[in-house]
Ligand binder design. Structure first.
Ligand SMILES: CC(C)(COP(=O)(O)OP(=O)(O)OC[C@H]1O[C@@H](n2cnc3c(N)ncnc32)[C@H](O)[C@@H]1OP(=O)(O)O)[C@@H](O)C(=O)NCCC(=O)NCCS
Length: 159
């Protein structure tokens, strides 16, 4: 993975079909192409993609609202997992939130999603609550996690 691939880039309208396809492959409650198009119009949304050889293999979507950031989506394609791309995407979200002056980052994750739970824990997210029955497809509870931002670069987390 080159340095440019690892960092990724902001999504554009050209990425919409690939974003919707990746989402459909990764989530039981997929966002449509129109959902992603809407994210591109939101001034407070950060929609970021990672490519390998021109193929979109990862994405993250986060919002900055006031002094809080919220991670709404993060995914890497099945054949590209455990290669550090989820880590790179999450690091980008945290660095962006820190630069925007956020005090904390919040997210929800399915209680059975061991991969995501491990990724978030490695970056210092801690569980702060549980939303029973939050997910329908498949049925699951959501764990609410928070990472307090120290306003120092996150580069060494989980490395
Ligand atoms: C969660 C997800 C984004 C991780 O992406 P990834 O590209 O595999 O992440 P990385 O390779 O950077 O892994 C970083 C760390 O996360 C943890 N992790 C990732 N996958 C894991 C798994 N299957 N089991 C346990 N830990 C895992 C590990 O700590 C890993 O570090 P390591 O490889 O050095 O052990 C990916 O599994 C995914 O897209 N899942 C489907 C979508 C999803 O569930 N998103 C989260 C919604 S809340």
């Amino acid at each position: 993975m080159s340095a440019a691939d690892a960092v990724g880039r902001p999504a554009t309208a050209i990425d919409l079909p690939a974003l919707a396809a990746l989402d459909a492959a990764c989530f039981g409650n997929p966002w449509s192409l129109e959902d992603y198009r809407q994210e591109l119009t939101r001034s407070f949304a950060r929609l970021h993609v990672v490519e390998v050889a021109g193929v979109l293999v990862g994405m993250s979507c986060s919002w900055v609202v006031g002094d809080e950031a919220h991670l709404l989506r993060i995914a890497t394609s099945c054949g590209e997992r455990r290669r550090g791309r989820g880590r790179a995407l999450l690091r980008g979200v945290l660095d962006h939130a820190t630069a925007a002056g956020c005090q904390q980052v919040l997210l929800e994750v399915a209680s059975s999603n061991e991969a995501a739970l491990a990724l978030y824990a490695a970056f210092g997210f801690v569980p702060i609550g549980r939303r029973n029955g939050y997910y329908a497809h498949p049925p699951d509870d959501a764990i609410v996690m928070r990472r307090v931002l120290s306003h120092a670069p996150s580069a060494n987390h989980s490395d």
